[in-house]
Design a protein around this ligand. Structure first.
Ligand SMILES: *Cc1c(COP(=O)(O)O)cnc(C)c1O
Length: 371
């Protein structure tokens, strides 16, 4: 068996290579690099794919989160609650907006923010909650929406790992006030560089986001600035590439789900916790297929020695990161997040993965636990 990577972008690009290069060529020849036609069309098409009214293309998923907070009016003096069990960009956005970062623990089974823990962290100054659909599995949005409504908070969905994830039948992104997407190359929908988008059902928020991403510039009087803004636009070349890939996203997502079903069948009865089951209309988009394992590091080493790449998302919980020393957290503050960081292991899952490769991986895992 040839080595099995964790992701395989080469395999994804092979059948699309000609179309991608033609699209780049058209952009170079057309010289419409900033907020061109491709950006406008991608925004339309992505909004339609998600069933949401507005999409605003931005320069990355990180920037999507930062601008979402500013569009909601969150700033200095405000507190924002998010999970300690996520990628650092989620929490970084809170600091970029100048607000106070407040962590809450994760649910041990779904690895997503626990609404009861959110409730405990709410103060007079809390303005917003950022829920992350981690690994592609939807957060408990009904409970979070109920809390947000009752306590007068905004709800942001970090959908960077959750393209076409569904919660109770609805595609995530447009369920909270604002949904934030990343098109980092390795995400389920990835550009050939950095890119991101913000989606919302609110015309007013969409307008503010369009100003924020473009230096606050008045759309009808370019050198008049209506608000303080940023240069955080989606690049026209990346938008053209994303339009090509978007047409394949639903099919790719189905392939990931098929792979997950096979993993589930083959890994039954092992000392592993498998990703949460899809139920009640919740659909996992399997950006990552994360198991929680006893002897995680030894298992990862064994798989690696047998040609199987794995990943740990994430090895150090955010509240214990050196960058956040100033928050004064200690080991034990968020026990579920800490336990997940010690046990989580991502197995290869990408659309082009073959059943034989999954069988090989499962066979090696069986071998490991037999020994
Ligand atoms: C990738 C990611 C981001 C940030 O996206 P970038 O496009 O890399 O800035 C934010 N949140 C989560 C959960 C992510 O996985």
């Amino acid at each position: 068996m040839k080595p099995i990577p964790l992701f395989n972008l080469q395999a994804q690009h092979k059948p699309l290579r000609r179309r991608i290069l033609q699209s780049v060529q058209r952009a170079v020849d057309g010289c419409q690099f900033i907020l061109g036609e491709e950006v406008r069309l991608f925004e339309q098409e992505f909004a339609k794919a998600l069933g949401v009214r507005h999409c605003v293309g931005v320069s990355s998923g990180s920037k999507a989160l930062h601008l979402a907070l500013e569009a909601l009016g969150v700033g200095p003096g405000d507190e924002v609650i998010t999970t300690a069990c996520t990628f650092v960009a989620t929490s970084q956005a809170v600091l970029s907006a100048g607000a106070k970062l407040v962590f809450a623990d994760a649910d041990p089974r779904t690895c997503n923010i626990d609404p009861r823990e959110v409730e405990k962290k709410i103060t007079r100054r809390t303005r917003a909650v950022i829920a992350v659909h981690l690994y592609g599995y939807p957060a408990d949005l009904d409970s979070l929406r109920e809390i947000a409504k009752r306590r007068g908070l905004a709800l942001i969905e970090d959908c960077a790992q959750a393209h076409l994830t569904r919660y109770k039948g609805r595609i995530v992104g447009g369920i909270g006030d604002i949904g934030c997407f990343s098109f980092y190359p390795g995400k389920n929908l990835g550009a050939c560089g950095d890119a991101g988008a913000v989606v919302t059902q609110s015309e007013q928020l969409a307008q503010k986001l369009r100003l924020l991403r473009n230096n606050g510039s008045d759309p009808v009087d370019k050198y008049r600035y209506l608000i303080r803004g940023y240069n955080s636009r989606l690049d026209n070349i990346q938008a053209g590439i994303l339009r090509i890939k978007l047409r394949h996203l639903a099919k790719w997502t189905e392939k990931r789900r098929g792979h997950a079903r096979l993993y589930r069948r083959l890994l039954k009865g092992f000392p592993l916790e498998l990703p949460p089951e899809e139920k009640g209309g919740s659909v996992h988009s399997y950006h990552l297929f994360c198991v929680q394992a006893d002897l995680r590091d030894a298992l990862a080493k064994f798989l690696n020695e047998n040609g199987v790449s794995t990943g740990v998302y994430y090895p150090i919980p955010l509240h214990l990161q050196p960058a956040y020393d100033f928050l004064g957290h200690r080991t034990g503050d968020f026990p579920n997040t800490e336990r997940i960081s010690q046990r989580v292991l991502a197995l290869p899952i990408f659309p082009e993965l073959k059943d034989a490769q999954i069988r090989y991986i499962a066979g090696k895992i069986r071998e490991f636990y037999k020994a």
